[in-house]
Design a protein around this ligand. Structure first.
Ligand code: ATP
Ligand code: MG
Length: 491
């Protein structure tokens, strides 16, 4: 049974006493109230004062014993009424029926209006066969990648802390438990809508859509393109956010790994860091999830999969939208917004402030060249940025076996009317991304109670566009063993 902390007078100002939940306001069809299941011998692995501040929480409180107990689920603050929500979804292209927060528990909303959720905090009515737990390994990956994505300027859930416990958790081997405290303006997924649509519970479906719209997409009520069609406007707004998200993923070389509809945020945030990967060598067809034997979620399939997922959302919203043609029309802008947003990201990476004739061809030729030679994606872009800054193209040229092809491309790149802006490139091409082997090294140390590498990575990844002298090794090529790392759905 989880304790309620009675705060000493001095702590009262440090933590809020109201933890509202908009989901709870919707009514019991949407969730179950329950307590997190305690874990023994909680110990800090990492926490982020920056996230605490963004949530309106006192960073000093985050260093306290009270925070440790609350954020692993052993204690509640006054006003917290934890709950797990129900959703459904399509997994690997197949309707999976009812899912829900099987190991995530919502504590409520922080003063900044963001939901605070514990992941790995015990079984819920939606756990199905699962144990409600998450292991240290995957929790460190979620914590670091959330903050890495934020550092990159990519919409994401944030991670406040990761806390470990020696409690055993059975996966392929026996591992230990951990809990990530994470936040987002909303954790509503496409799957929440699919859930009520599949049950033909149109009252709840409308309630959910209305709440999401009023809180996050108020302009949909009076959208000039959708007069009297707020739900179509909502679908279009979600499509466009998703298009922008996918453009950023593709441009930075991020593979999500499990783009099931229950992992798609209605706000267009990156959600659920499972078997994700940042590309090392540029392989457009790379499949990062070892469990994805069909390659459904290969890197270059992600934009189409997002559209497929949006189609599922459209089907769920259809009873509210009315006409099928209207729903299809609301999805349509994805097909133009995604490529335009992707090209805009690539233009920034190339140092161009504005578009010009021939850009698409120059971008295509470059990406094909990178793919042909499996050039390290992050290193290429960073070296290109430095080449433009210094005028010395040798280090970037060295990356590409076919020097003549590179020289030809470079000549055309530099001949473009608008010269590339090196400063724009250096803030668009990160030096540091959370490569698998970096995460793996931090995890191995953490499994031996040494959390220093998690701290180091957090510092670098929070500011990935800065040089961080002395940390060059973290921006280097992956070691040979990196390619043998297998990341699966096991977490
Ligand atoms: N160990 C577990 N115990 C209980 N339920 C689980 C467990 N692992 C996954 N699930 C549930 O299985 C479904 C699919 O899991 P998936 O891996 O997409 O999500 P997740 O990693 O648990 O979390 P999230 O999407 O909240 O980040 C979800 O309903 C999830 O809650
Ligand atoms: Mg999930």
């Amino acid at each position: 049974m989880t304790d309620t902390v009675t705060p000493p007078a001095s702590a009262e100002a440090a933590t809020p006493t109201a933890w509202p939940s908009r989901l709870a306001d919707l009514g019991p069809a949407f969730f179950t109230h329950l307590q997190p299941t305690p874990l023994p011998q909680a110990h800090w692995v990492a926490h982020s004062p920056a996230v605490a501040r963004s949530l309106g929480l006192d960073p000093d409180w985050l260093a306290s014993e009270e925070a440790l107990q609350v954020l692993i689920g052993n204690a509640l603050l006054p006003g917290m009424k934890p709950l797990a929500s129900v959703y459904s979804g399509h997994q690997f292209g197949v309707w999976a029926g009812q899912l829900g927060d099987g190991r995530a528990i919502l504590l409520g909303e922080t003063p900044a209006g963001h939901e605070l959720q514990l992941k790995g905090s015990g079984r819920t009515p939606y756990s199905r066969g699962g144990d409600g737990r998450a292991v240290l390994r995957s929790s460190i990956r979620e914590f670091l990648c959330s903050e890495a994505m934020h550092g990159l300027g990519i919409p994401t859930s944030r991670a406040l802390s990761v806390i470990g416990s020696p409690a055993p958790v059975r996966r392929e081997t026996i591992e230990t438990a951990a809990v990530v405290a994470r936040s987002a303006p909303s954790f509503i997924r496409f799957g929440h809508f699919e859930h009520f649509a599949a049950r033909n519970d149109l009252v709840s479906l409308r309630q959910l859509a209305d709440q999401v719209m009023d809180q996050h997409f108020p302009a949909c009520r009076t959208h000039p393109r959708w007069p009297g069609q707020p739900y179509a406007a909502l679908l279009e707004a979600v499509s466009e956010r998703t298009a922008h998200l996918l453009a950023q993923w593709q441009a930075v070389g991020f593979c999500h790994g499990v783009m099931n509809t229950d992992n798609m945020s209605i706000l267009g945030l990156t959600l659920d860091y499972g078997p994700f990967q940042f590309l090392d060598g540029f392989d457009p067809g790379h499949v990062c999830n070892h469990s994805d034997t069909q390659g459904r979620y290969a890197h270059n399939k992600q934009p189409n999969i997002a559209y497929w997922n949006l189609f599922c959302l459209a089907q769920a919203l259809l009873p509210l939208i009315g006409e099928e043609d209207t729903a299809v029309a609301a999805l349509e802008s994805y097909k133009t917004v995604y490529p335009a947003a992707f090209e805009a990201c690539l233009r920034a990476k190339l140092g161009w402030h504005q578009g010009a004739q021939g850009d698409t061809e120059l971008i295509e030729t470059l990406l094909q060249m990178l793919a042909r030679h499996r050039v390290d994606y992050t290193i290429f872009w960073r070296r290109l940025s430095h080449a433009v800054a210094s005028g010395d193209f040798e280090p970037v040229r060295d990356l590409i076996l076919d020097r003549a092809a590179f020289d030809d491309w470079r000549q055309r790149y530099l001949a473009r009317a608008q010269a590339p802006d090196a400063a724009l490139m250096l803030r668009s091409n990160p030096k540091f991304v959370l490569r698998n082997h970096l995460g793996e090294q931090a995890i191995r140390k953490a499994q031996n109670q040494d959390f220093s590498e998690v701290q180091t990575l957090l510092k670098l990844l929070e500011r990935p566009f800065e040089e961080h002298p002395g940390f060059e090794a973290y921006a280097d090529f992956p070691p040979d063993w990196a390619s043998s790392i297998e990341i699966s759905c096991s977490s």
